[in-house]
Design a protein around this ligand. Structure first.
Ligand code: HEM
Ligand code: HEM
Length: 188
């Protein structure tokens, strides 16, 4: 199977699985007549997405513990699950513009997250040579993995990719914040 298909297909399927999960959960909420749960999923989803940013704290050395690679995986999983819950939450109404813009940003950001994951895998592969040299020069395995991880997220295509993922994440955060403030102030 061509590499492109082997790598891109699972990521595309994960994206479709997100949409599918939203439809199933929404159906179940209606079936069991507990649609009100959707209101509270806004809070739960937000908490998951915010918690997924522990990766950023680690990357910027605001916290010192934890494997960056594992924390990035945590970012990806929590953001994915958070997105599912937020999309179910969003399904309850279509009145206000701001939260819907936030939803679009969310959809784009998850998609761009998967693109980043793909690029990062390639960047990692192209650093295989540096890994070999470092290991041969006597550095220990864990140190090499950490060093190369941060190299991988800053080289080549990843650098351009960040121009999409980060500003969209920022817009998503801003629009969500405005929505949450509006809800707190006017209860709607
Ligand atoms: C602390 C987090 C959140 C809380 C407490 C919250 C609360 C609410 C409430 C109470 C409503 C219903 C408003 C009404 O009845 O008119 C609502 C609607 C909505 N929320 Fe949230 N929400 C949160 C986070 C989010 C986030 C992060 C998003 C974006 C992805 C979002 C997207 C939406 C959308 C699209 C609607 C429907 C708006 C409409 O057209 O009326 N919410 N939210
Ligand atoms: C709610 C949706 C998401 C938001 C708001 C979001 C936000 C962010 C932010 C702010 C960063 C920058 C970290 C930093 O430089 O400090 C980041 C990095 C990253 N995200 Fe997401 N993300 C989301 C979903 C995803 C998903 C679903 C994936 C993959 C499946 C993903 C993959 C990545 C990758 C690979 C990085 C790059 C690591 C790096 O540059 O250091 N993201 N994300």
């Amino acid at each position: 199977m061509p590499i492109l298909i082997r790598q891109v297909l699972p990521l595309t399927l994960l994206y479709l699985l997100m949409i599918f999960s939203v439809i199933v959960i929404d159906y179940l909420l209606h079936h069991f007549k507990i649609v009100w749960v959707g209101r509270h999923l806004g809070l739960v989803g937000t908490i998951l997405v915010v918690f997924s940013f522990v990766y950023s704290l680690r990357k910027r050395r605001l916290i010192k513990n934890g494997s960056p690679k594992q924390l990035l995986l945590l970012h990806e999983y929590l953001a994915w699950i958070g997105a599912v819950l937020l999309l179910v939450h969003a399904g309850i109404h279509f009145n206000a513009i701001l939260p819907w813009l936030a939803v679009y940003m969310l959809l784009i950001n998850v998609a761009s997250g998967f693109v980043g994951k793909y690029l990062l895998r390639n960047a990692n592969q192209s650093l295989a040579e540096s890994r070999r040299v470092l290991l041969e020069s006597g550095s220990d395995q864990e140190e090499v993995e950490k060093k190369l991880f941060f190299d991988a997220v800053t080289v080549g295509a990843m650098q351009h990719w960040r121009v999409i993922h980060l500003p969209i994440a920022f817009l998503f955060g801003l629009l969500s914040l405005l929505h949450i403030i509006t809800v707190l102030m006017f209860n709607r």
